[in-house]
Design a protein around this ligand. Structure first.
Ligand SMILES: Cc1cc2nc3c(=O)[nH]c(=O)nc-3n(C[C@H](O)[C@H](O)[C@H](O)COP(=O)(O)O)c2cc1C
Length: 154
């Protein structure tokens, strides 16, 4: 079976979002050693980062009713180039939103449609006051995504 590479584009500006991101990186490496999870922040992610990538996980915070500026910057720089070379790419994303999350979800879904990426799992919106069970929710969905990519289901 071909070794699979997953790009994790994670914007984590706060201790809680760093905790989520680090947890995913650690758990995926531990529980699915047959895949490679490449962790990247949005500013350092370019079209080149998608070479040999089989799936993408994106995490963003919601700021001012929209995805974080860092995440938007990644899409601004890479959208046109990616549209040509990544059609059908499986993707899963989650949003950490202190209040709402809907603005980010609407905006990201439009971009996913434009890119023709395949949302193989529904987005996870981690809304409201921080709860420790956010970590388990993100772990469950991320592992389901990574395992699905490994097995070629998606
Ligand atoms: C400048 C700023 C703007 C924000 N705007 C929103 C917003 O429009 N909607 C929302 O749900 N949360 C908003 N938040 C809250 C962030 O989503 C939240 O702080 C972030 O996801 C980090 O979560 P944490 O505090 O649990 O680490 C905002 C936070 C900041 C700092």
């Amino acid at each position: 079976m071909k070794y699979k590479n997953i790009l994790f584009i994670s914007h984590c500006p706060s201790p809680n979002t760093i905790k989520l991101s680090n947890h995913i990186c650690m758990k995926v490496k531990l529980l699915n050693p047959n895949t490679s999870l490449i962790c990247s922040n949005p500013f350092e992610t370019s079209i080149k980062s998608f070479d040999l990538i089989d799936g993408v996980i994106i995490s963003t915070t919601e700021n001012f009713g929209y995805m974080a500026g860092a995440t938007k910057d990644f899409f601004d720089r890479c959208y046109e180039g990616l549209r040509e070379i990544t059609q059908g790419l499986p993707v899963f994303y989650y949003v950490r939103a202190g209040l709402d999350g809907q603005g980010s979800q609407i905006a990201i879904n439009k971009i996913m449609t434009g890119l023709k990426w395949k949302q193989v799992l529904p987005p996870l919106i981690l809304r409201g006051k921080w709860q420790n069970n956010f970590i388990q929710k993100v772990e469950d969905q991320s592992l389901a995504f990574v395992n699905g990519i490994e097995m070629g289901i998606y």
